[in-house]
Design a protein around this ligand. Sequence first.
Ligand SMILES: OC[C@H]1O[C@H](O[C@H]2O[C@H](CO)[C@@H](O)[C@H](O)[C@H]2O)[C@H](O)[C@@H](O)[C@@H]1O
Length: 871
Amino acid sequence: MRLPIAPTLASAAVFVARQQTAPTEATAGVNNTIIPFEPAPLPQAHCTSPIYCPGPLLQAVQLSGLFNDSKEFVDRATLKPVEQVVAAFAALGDGSGRNVTYSELQTFVDENFAEVGGELVAADLGEEFVPDPKFLNNVTDEVVRLWITQVHSYWPLLARTTNTSALIDASPSTSTDDSPSPTASDATPTSTDSNIASTGSASVSGRALNDTAASLQASQQVAAETPQSNDSDALMMATSSFIPFKSPRTFVVPGQRFRELYYWDTYFVILGLLRSQLSSVALGMLENFADLVEQFGFIPNGNRLYYLNRSQPPMLTQMVDVYLNYTGDATILSRLLPLLEREWEWWNINRTIEITSPYSNRTYNVSHYDVDTSAPRPESYFVDWQTVELAGKEQGLQFTDEEKARLYADIASAAESGHDFSLQRWSRQPSFIGDLAEPVSDVSGTPTRRQDDSADTEATSTADTPTTATIPAAVSTSRALRYLNTAKQIPVDLNAILYKNEMALARFHNITYLPAQSGNSSSADAGNSTSPSPLAANATLVELWSSRAAARREAILDLHWNAELLSFADYNLTSSLRSTRWSASSLWPFWAGILPNEFTADNQTKEERGALLQSAFAGVRYLIDRYNGSLSTTLAATNQQWDFPNVWAPHTQIAIDALRALPQDLVRAGGVAKPAPNGTFELIPAASVREDNVTDAEPTRLTQLGVSSADQLPLQPLASNLNASSHSDEALIGQTSPDSGLQYVGVAPSNVGNASSDTELWTDTLIRSLANRFVASSLCSWYATGGQLNLSTQAGRDRWPPQPVPAGTSDTGTTAAASPGQMFEKYSQTSIAAAGAGGEYQVQVGFGWTNGVSIYLSAEYGDILQEPVCA
Ligand SMILES: OC[C@H]1O[C@H](O[C@H]2O[C@H](CO)[C@@H](O)[C@H](O)[C@H]2O)[C@H](O)[C@@H](O)[C@@H]1O
């Protein structure tokens, strides 16, 4: 959206301009404002487009304030060949990129760029799309069934394919298998190499991601009609940031500003697509990812040129696994298995380091997020540039060029994690998240900062440098990204994913199967074998992948498992300690099937070990009791979107799958949910742990949730109607809400469904609660934004009367008219009928993974999902 001149951004542009050394005419009025030029961004090896990658043109446009969201510019195709656009930009100002004015730039953008999204068109799902897929029969509650039927109907709104009439693939290198595509894995051993050590650690200089970006530009030529001519033959070669696939297959986008294919989102989308009987769409997405691995050796964050320097949580192997399990179609492995191995090699070479455990002195290869960049993310240029370049002006943080480059890399690395941003997970010393100055705004106006501020007392200087600093108390949340050091964290979820991938690769090599036949949807890419012979299982590769998995399991148990707290956690290379703060990432190893020795050793009875296993989830149980919503990412209220109170579909899914992955005999031995006469907080394991190695602080007694007492956690605000919305929170009962002045009362936790029997196993209780909570969040938020349920009874219609569509929310980001009622990308743990908030962009709707997980939960747990209470 072009802003006439948005007051905030325009004034920011003026403000920014005044920081520069370049001449400025700011006083002559905003249209004559000089766009900042210095410091010019450094050229980037993995992003070389003169338009969509860091350079004078991108910097001028993104810092001008012309676009409210930097992503809008980089998603616009040009109307002219790239050379002409670059030449037009060079003619502005004094010809060097300096002294360009706002109004000049506005004209330049108008004349040279198309509207966003032209490379994609809505895809027709054809006859495969049925309005009433079989899974609906599993959903017993009428409210849930009517809602999820509509959610299922949103797939066509999110289905896209390449607009072939707008794209001319001019690059043979992107459309043939045999074209030179020098990537990481070309230079590395394949899985037939059994020398694991040879592919061990990586350094920046060892990065093998080649400069494919320049050659890629030729593949993104857009056929565009010149706006100056009515001649329909006047097609000319334009360009865009879109990376086309080999075939224009259908794929599902997250929605709204996320108008391309996203990597880790797709795992959760596919879970829903399969249950919606859209397996060919799921397969097409697997094939799209296969194209990307063939072309680049890895899967970029999304299929945009500006995402080529980073990936996302590596979930393709898991996508293949769920597809294979659901459809039984092992033929897909003939094309995909070598590419899954190739992707693993990329992570091994580019994102794996060798570290020695302080706990055991053993050395391991572990993976982390570590993007090679020294410039702002093109799609978030404005905010990144502010974070880094205004650090001196705003906070007295005098970054060296090297420190600036490091911070840009840590910002991009957080984006690679998929958790952009979490101050708790990616800050230098997560235990020192200060008394952040800005309150969380979406929690009924109640600041929900942690009350344990003891660690902040010495960190109040605003001139700390990032090499030593934690987040000072006085720093606002929007500026706290200056304290990221993502690459120094060893993320427990990433290593759990890679472990699970290694296990899956071992399994895949243990299958004998027929390769794809011609006529099969994957055959076009798999070759034209007319009489395929079976591909045999390969014992050597089973052994190789099993040993890789075993090595990573050892590392995870050593570095990430806290046996006293019975919890996994990220490992922090700066403090050489596991994090003491709880996050949903702690559940991923259980999802991956890693069971620590405490639960398997035979020095305890099975019942004792079963009880211990239940304690490993005591924190999760307490969070369900304490808050209204599903599981949030962390318990630190930082105003970043991957911290409290935001709830994301992936975490509910992984938590449920973690519980499902536990060995059933142990679960049965653990029995029903333990009684908690004094409240469930008391069930949470606690231990004396060191929170950091920087100060000489004594070990602190902390629970699995990273606090010593319940009152150190953010509050669950009460709505004015206590009876309808409040629920059991034993730590707060009797206290007065600072928000409403009302007393907290104890009533049964809401929106958790009903126990199937008195003997319901503890895991089933948690699964039922989590599934109901997530469905309640997405259903209630959908209803609150105009979603309509046409119930069969008058009583039902009275409970769910049509809601007005609130002003400003009628644009679903898909097709507005078709669906009032919004499915959000994120929700809130403290409110059952609200979207999540915080972060660098407006909360988005559509929404791929929310719909996928909602459909999955309805299909798998339709018999225990209940009509929610939305008040
Ligand atoms: O533009 C800012 C960032 O947006 C993306 O991240 C968020 O949306 C993605 C799509 O749903 C999701 O995969 C990610 O987990 C979200 O945090 C993008 O992936 C980032 O790279 C980008 O910088």
